[in-house]
Design a protein around this ligand. Structure first.
Ligand SMILES: [Cu+2]
Length: 139
């Protein structure tokens, strides 16, 4: 039986290279596992909530990070979704909102660690609590 004997230094290099690969793969998997998907409002989705602070409470219970995904689910024609400026959010100004979507589901991947302001721009919905300020933190 023949045996191939690697010099100790080469063996050490091979071993450390293998170890590094394993570490890199683990890091990639951890990174992948860190990205989470959230359904805003949970089973209730995006709608006029039962009480004013419903979405504020929801936002405070979730630590949304960069690269996470937010899903806004709502009934077409009954709600919509708008990404607005803070002052419009604060006073529920439903005119001149910059982004409005009226599809059934909005899926967003948040890429910036900042505070977002969302609302429904249907008259009266924002003032009844269908609004959410969400601070996204670094991954
Ligand atoms: Cu609405």
């Amino acid at each position: 039986m023949s045996q191939i004997r690697l010099p100790n230094t080469t063996m050490t290099n091979v071993m450390s290279a293998m170890t590094m690969m394993v570490v890199l793969i683990l890091m990639l998997q951890l990174h992948e596992a860190k990205a989470a998907t959230y359904i805003v409002g949970d089973q209730r989705g995006w709608t006029i909530p039962p009480y004013d602070n419903y979405y504020k409470t929801w936002a405070s219970k979730h630590r949304v990070k960069v690269n996470d995904i937010l899903v806004f689910k709502f009934e077409y024609g009954k709600q919509n979704w708008a990404w607005v400026e803070r002052h419009d959010y604060n006073v529920c100004n439903t005119t001149a909102v910059p982004v409005v979507a009226s599809k059934y589901t909005i899926v967003l991947r948040v890429l910036t660690p900042t505070t977002f302001h969302f609302m429904c721009s249907f008259p009266g919905h924002c003032s009844r609590g269908q609004k959410m300020s969400l601070t996204v933190v670094c991954a």
